[in-house]
Design a protein around this ligand. Structure first.
Ligand code: NPW
Ligand code: ADP
Ligand code: MG
Length: 287
């Protein structure tokens, strides 16, 4: 098993700022676990500092999952979802981050739509849009908007999200990959077409992953991938490189979890806990 490219180097004199300050945005009352999986995955993928922006009433829940996480409360509504006023605070806070991942557990509420529109305007910032952030793109018909250069942006849809975004049926895998590739070219982005196997596309390139297994078809594993790719972007990788190495690492962690727990019994948490030991195996390996 060989990663498609080397891991970012870790010089002996490095400090945590050298490995990226990343922000994960998402969650809602009832889905606080999703964005927490993303944030903890960013820690285990090598980020120096990880913050999580969540609806206010989810803050203590998310903070309780891992002491290394820093948390940012954003205004929420009675349902525990972002309200539109959430972007006032967010706009003031997003400056210092090297990469931002958004979408897991966020719902497509009004505040979520405003946050996705804000992130689309941050063309100089490296971003990952996943899950409900992609569903928000579908709701605003982003796929048929005029061609744009969206900047360093990675989308990580599964078949259902890609169908909502492009209208191409999830059952037609080849057609979905083709549609993703033309959408990637249209907006100048990288798209991770998740599944077994996952295919990463951008305007003119296509790469198929060789790690992973059906044990990963369990809630939360995609949320983990969001954090891993966000982390690698924050460590200085390009969207094309971060997406491929992130997908490979994520699948290899899924294989390690399946080896230990069995495909049937493994959960996203088992995959998450397999990330760090995996990087240990590969970080000094000559590639
Ligand atoms: N612990 C937590 O907090 C968790 C929170 N989560 C959060 O939940 C939110 C909703 O995300 P979601 O993916 O769970 O639901 P959804 O967007 O409805 O898509 C699922 C439907 O799409 C279809 N489908 C077709 N092809 C498919 C494919 N290849 N892979 C997958 N699906 C495929 C298929 O429809 P069907 O064919 O069954 O009609 C399937 O039923 C999101 O914000 C996420 O972050 C989750 O991460 C879980 C853990
Ligand atoms: N049969 C499979 N083989 C390999 N990987 C799979 C398989 N089914 C799902 N996966 C992977 O599991 C993850 C599921 O993502 P997603 O559906 O977004 O999960 P969630 O939203 O619940 O976190 C993706 O990375 C996908 O590639
Ligand atoms: Mg998902």
């Amino acid at each position: 098993m060989t990663p498609p490219l080397p891991f970012p180097p870790r010089d002996s004199g490095a400090h945590k700022g050298d490995f990226g300050r990343v922000l994960l945005i998402g969650g809602s009352r009832g889905m606080a676990g999703s964005i927490s999986l993303s944030a903890i995955a960013a820690l285990h993928s090598g980020s120096g500092l990880v913050s999580v922006a969540v609806p206010d009433r989810c803050l203590e829940t998310v903070a309780s999952f891992h002491p290394c996480l820093m948390t940012i409360p954003l205004k929420d509504d009675a349902r525990g979802q972002f309200c539109s006023a959430a972007i006032c605070e967010l706009t003031e806070r997003i400056g210092p981050f090297d990469a931002i991942g958004c979408g897991p557990g966020m719902t497509v509420c009004e505040g979520a739509m405003e946050i996705v529109k804000l992130l689309l305007r941050q063309r100089n910032c490296k971003r990952v849009l996943d899950a409900d952030a992609i569903n928000c793109l579908a709701k605003m018909q982003w796929a048929t908007a005029p061609a744009s250069d969206a900047g360093p942006l990675v989308l990580t849809p599964h078949g259902g999200e890609l169908q909502r975004l492009t209208g191409v049926n999830a059952k037609d895998r080849e057609a979905q990959v083709d549609a993703a590739q033309s959408l990637a070219a249209h907006h100048g982005v990288t798209i991770v077409v998740k599944g077994g196997p996952t295919v990463v596309v951008d305007g003119d390139r296509r790469w198929t992953n060789d790690t992973g297994n059906p044990g990963m078809a369990t809630g939360g594993t995609g949320d983990v991938l969001t954090g891993t790719i966000t982390s690698l972007l924050g460590q200085g990788m390009t969207p094309w490189d971060a997406a491929r190495l992130g997908v490979w690492l994520h699948g290899a962690a899924g294989d390690a979890a399946a080896k230990r727990q069995g495909q049937t019994g493994m959960t996203a948490l088992d995959l998450l806990q397999s990330l760090a030991p995996l990087t240990a195996v590969f970080e000094n390996r000559a590639i």
